[in-house]
Design a protein around this ligand. Structure first.
Ligand SMILES: [Zn+2]
Length: 465
C-alpha cells in the first residue's frame, strides 16, 4: 500500500482540522475544514484549488490574505461522470512571515457516490456512512492546478498531513477512524468523537455505523465490526495478534509501531490500508484466510525507497513475500507451495500479455510501468534468496537491512549490501542478476522453482570450489 512520491509538487496540505456534524436521517452533513498548506516554491501563492464531492456545497472560505474565492462544478479530466466541486482561492500577495497558509472551508450537503466510475466508491451518508478521500468527502487539496486524473492521484498520494477530526453523530452510532481517540462526549442528541492521526498520512477515513469494538489494549489493536459479525471480529483480532508476533519473531519490532485498527466495511466498498490500520471489506473480514491482513501488516516492515521511480520491490515485493511466510505459518506448507506456483504462473501469463517484461530488469520496473510484476517477481526472488541463504541468515540480513534504513531511504544496492554483509559475498552475483538483468524472468518461464533453486545452488557451490 505504501505509495511513493511520483511528481514533485510545489505545495502540500500538511494539516487538517475537520469538524463534521452528521444528520443520518436526512443523509446530510455540515462541515468545516481548516487546512494548513505549505508552499515550497517560494513563489506567490497565486491560485489554490480544492475539490469536494459534488453533493457537498462550499459555503464559505476564510483565511488571511485571500483576495477572492469561487467555486464551480468541474470534472476530473478524461473521466466522464467524475464531477466534483472545485474551490478556487486567489491570493494577490503572499504572507511575509513564512510559507504556511491556513484556509478554512465550510461546506454542507450530501455525499454522492462515484460507483459509475469507480465501482468500489459507494460512499454515502446512511446506516453505514463513509467519508474518505476517494469520494472527496472533505476538501481535498490539489497540489497542482490542473484537473487531470493523473495530477489528482499524484497530488493526493504525495501529501502527508496530520489531522484532527471531530465528528458529531446521532447517539446510537459509533465513529471509527484509524487514529487515536482523544475525546468522546455526549452533546444533546449527539455523541462527539475526536480523533487525531497517529502518524501523518495521505488520507483520512471516517466510518460511522452501529459498530461494536473489540480491543487489545496492550498492543493497541482495535477492531470496529458490525454487530452481526462478532465471531469474525474475534478471529480477526486473534489473526492480527498472531501475525504481529510472528513477524516480530522473524524480523524484529517494526521500525515504527503505532498500534493497528481494522474497520469493517460493507461488501465491495473497497478495502484500503493506511499506516495505522485498514478498512476491510466484509468479504475479507469474514474470509478464513486473512491474506489481506498478512499483507498490509507486513508493510510495517518496509524501508522507504530512494529509487527514482521505485521498482516497488522494496515495499510490494517484501510485503507479498512476508504475506506468504505468514500464510505458510498459519495455513500450511501445502498452501504456501501452491501460492508460489501460482506466482510463477502469473509471471508467465504477464510475460505473454506484456512482452516488455522480458526486456526490462526489475530495477527498471518503475520506469516502464511494470511495477505489478514486483509483487510476483519479488516473491520468487525473496523465496529463492531465502532458500539459498537459509532461514537464519535470511532473517538476519532482512533485520540488518531494516535497521540500516530506519532513518535513511533504501535502494536495491543497499539491500544487496546488507545481504552480502550478513550472508557473504557469494550472494552478490545472484542479487545482481535478479535486479539488473532479465535472466530471472526467462528462468521462471522455463523452469519450475525447485529447478531454479538447484541451478543457483550449484553455481554457489562452484564459486566456492
Ligand atoms: Zn501492498
Amino acid at each position: 500500500m505504501i505509495i511513493m512520491k511520483s511528481i514533485r509538487h510545489n505545495s502540500y496540505a500538511v494539516e487538517y482540522v475537520l469538524k463534521l456534524k452528521l444528520d443520518i436521517n436526512d443523509r446530510q452533513l455540515s462541515g468545516s475544514s481548516r487546512v494548513t498548506v505549505v508552499s515550497y516554491s517560494g513563489k506567490p501563492a497565486g491560485t489554490l484549488r480544492f475539490i469536494l464531492n459534488h453533493g457537498l456545497k462550499p459555503l464559505d472560505v476564510r483565511g488571511e490574505l485571500i483576495s477572492k474565492w469561487r467555486w464551480y462544478r468541474g470534472s476530473i479530466g478524461g473521466l466522464r461522470e467524475l464531477f466534483v466541486n472545485v474551490i478556487e482561492i486567489t491570493y494577490d500577495k503572499r504572507s511575509e512571515n513564512d510559507n504556511r497558509i491556513e484556509i478554512t472551508i465550510d461546506f454542507e450537503g450530501s455525499i454522492r457516490d462515484y460507483s459509475s466510475v469507480f465501482p468500489y466508491v459507494k460512499d454515502c451518508i446512511g446506516e453505514y456512512t463513509l467519508i474518505r478521500t476517494d469520494a472527496y468527502s472533505y476538501p481535498v487539496f490539489l497540489a497542482n492546478n490542473d484537473l487531470s486524473f493523473h495530477n489528482l492521484v499524484s497530488s493526493v498520494i504525495s501529501q502527508r498531513f496530520k489531522y484532527r477530526i471531530e465528528v458529531a453523530a446521532p447517539r446510537d452510532y459509533v465513529v471509527a477512524n484509524v487514529g487515536k481517540l482523544v475525546g468522546h462526549k455526549v452533546r444533546e442528541d449527539y455523541k462527539v468523537y475526536v480523533y487525531i492521526s497517529k502518524v501523518p498520512s495521505w488520507r483520512m477515513d471516517i466510518a460511522v455505523a452501529k459498530f461494536r469494538v473489540l480491543e487489545e489494549k496492550q498492543d493497541d489493536l482495535r477492531i470496529f465490526y458490525l454487530p452481526e459479525d462478532k465471531e469474525y471480529a474475534e478471529r480477526i483480532l486473534y489473526t492480527l495478534k498472531n501475525c504481529l508476533k510472528y513477524y516480530e519473531e522473524l524480523f524484529g519490532k517494526p521500525a515504527r509501531w503505532n498500534g493497528y485498527t481494522i474497520i469493517e466495511l460493507p461488501e465491495t466498498w473497497g478495502s484500503q490500508a493506511d499506516y495505522t490500520g485498514m478498512l476491510l471489506e466484509r468479504k475479507g473480514f469474514t474470509d478464513s484466510h486473512h491474506a489481506g491482513i498478512y499483507h498490509e501488516l507486513a508493510h510495517l516492515w518496509n524501508a522507504q525507497s530512494a529509487e527514482h521511480p521505485p521498482s516497488r520491490f522494496l515495499d510490494e515485493g517484501f510485503a507479498s513475500y512476508f504475506q506468504l511466510l505468514a500464510e505458510r505459518r498459519f495455513i500450511g506448507d501445502k498452501w504456501f507451495k501452491e501460492r508460489l506456483r501460482n506466482a510463477r504462473e502469473k509471471i508467465r501469463e504477464l510475460a505473454k500479455k506484456t512482452p516488455k517484461l522480458l526486456e526490462v530488469p526489475l530495477a527498471d520496473y518503475g520506469k516502464y510501468y511494470l511495477t505489478d510484476a514486483s509483487y510476483l517477481v519479488g516473491v520468487l526472488l525473496l523465496y529463492v534468496l531465502n532458500r539459498l541463504t537459509g532461514d537464519q541468515c535470511f532473517y538476519k540480513a532482512i533485520r540488518r537491512f531494516l535497521e540500516k534504513h530506519y532513518e535513511t531511504p533504501a535502494t536495491l544496492e543497499s539491500f544487496k549490501e546488507a545481504f552480502v554483509e550478513i550472508c557473504g559475498d557469494r550472494i552478490r552475483s545472484f542479487l545482481e542478476e535478479w535486479f539488473y538483468t532479465t535472466k530471472p524472468v526467462e528462468l521462471i518461464i522455463e523452469k519450475d522453482i525447485d529447478e531454479i533453486i538447484e541451478l543457483y545452488k550449484s553455481r554457489l557451490y562452484e564459486s566456492l570450489q
